[in-house]
Design a protein around this ligand. Structure first.
Ligand code: G3P
Ligand code: CA
Length: 325
């Protein structure tokens, strides 16, 4: 068993809450995640027309809310280009928080999680402040500190439409006595945040493509370039961790079977960076071919590499394996 960077057991980050059991990014999903033993809850953050941070994975919300069934918002349906992708639907930056609060959440992947569709139409869309209040309340009632692990979604885009996320994020996080990590797939907003806060920052790294701010700036570097020893040393100047696609730690072959681990965890630890990886899920659809029906084994393999944290849709499964280590 290789050691983690912190010499502590890996942290369990509830990815969009306990999103295997409840529609993602709802207070019910976060509360269940805490009850199932998650160390951190993970809200992805976008912003409303009136500047309120809310938890959604995208600013286009037709996939995870019932907005298409609200005729009063029909006139707001539109097409935009977000990070070079054409999107048609309803966008959070075109609705006020009062309007958002009339919507309800829906299961994102009903074909894989049909049991979660029973909760469609029940839960509202939470503000970041409501998530913080939940974490504070649960921390007090259960007697352990619940961490919050927010992600800034589309930071350059929101900056370009006059609704930057970062200042409001830091305002929301002021004087919270709970563990925090702030994450972004972009680089420049993390660098700016590092000048404004001592809270730990996480550079997210996908297994393809490049940060969208590099696209805007004509910076030729890709995510792969950030993972060289030089790239990791540069990240360590503004961030405390990398949050990586798990295939960057253990690639898969063309059939979906696990190959040998890369040296990324060792390299990142040598550069003073913790390593968190995403996303761990129970369904065979997501599991490696050689681990079908055995999500526990996937955690065991990644924990043995000295990983510092896992993003999981099923935090209770991650916890069970962690406690057996
Ligand atoms: O934030 C890291 C992890 O959540 C993966 O990204 O696309 O699920 O927000 P995403
Ligand atoms: Ca995320």
């Amino acid at each position: 068993m290789t050691q983690t960077f912190t010499y502590q057991p890996p942290i369990i980050i509830a990815h969009r809450g306990a999103s295997g059991y409840r529609p993602e990014h709802t207070l019910a999903s976060y509360e269940l995640a805490i009850d199932l033993g998650a160390d951190y809850i993970e809200p992805d953050l976008v912003i409303t027309k009136d500047g309120i941070l809310i938890a959604r994975h995208e600013n286009e919300i037709s996939e995870t809310t019932d907005i298409a069934n609200h005729p009063e918002f029909a006139h707001l349906k539109t097409t935009k280009i977000i990070d070079d992708e054409i999107k048609t639907g309803w966008f959070t930056e075109d609705l006020t928080i009062a309007e958002i609060k009339t919507l309800t959440a829906q299961e994102r992947i009903p074909q894989l999680r049909p049991q979660n569709t029973a909760y469609n139409g029940i839960f509202t869309i939470p503000t970041f402040q409501e998530i913080i209040d939940l974490a504070k309340h649960k921390s007090q009632t259960i007697g352990r500190h619940i961490g919050i692990y927010p992600e800034t979604k589309h930071p350059s885009y929101f900056q370009s439409v006059g609704l930057p996320l970062e200042a409001t994020l830091l305002l929301n996080l002021q004087e919270i006595n709970l563990p925090i990590f702030i994450q972004s797939f972009e680089v420049s907003n993390l660098k700016e945040l590092s000048q404004k806060t001592d809270l730990p920052l996480v550079q997210l790294i996908n297994n393809i493509g490049k940060p969208y701010d590099f696209v805007i700036e004509n910076d030729p570097r890709t995510y792969a370039d950030l993972l060289t020893q030089k790239g990791l040393r540069e990240i360590a100047e503004y961030a405390q961790a990398i949050g990586v696609h798990k295939n960057l730690l253990i690639p898969r072959d063309n059939y979906g079977k696990l190959l040998s681990p890369t040296s990324l965890i060792i390299d990142a630890h040598a550069a003073n960076l913790q390593v968190h990886a995403w996303t761990f899920r129970n369904e065979d659809f997501f599991l490696p071919l050689d681990l079908q029906g055995n999500p526990q084994k996937e955690y065991e393999i990644f924990f043995s590499l000295g990983i510092d944290g896992v993003f999981s849709d099923y935090p209770n499964i991650a916890l069970t394996v962690k406690l057996n280590e």
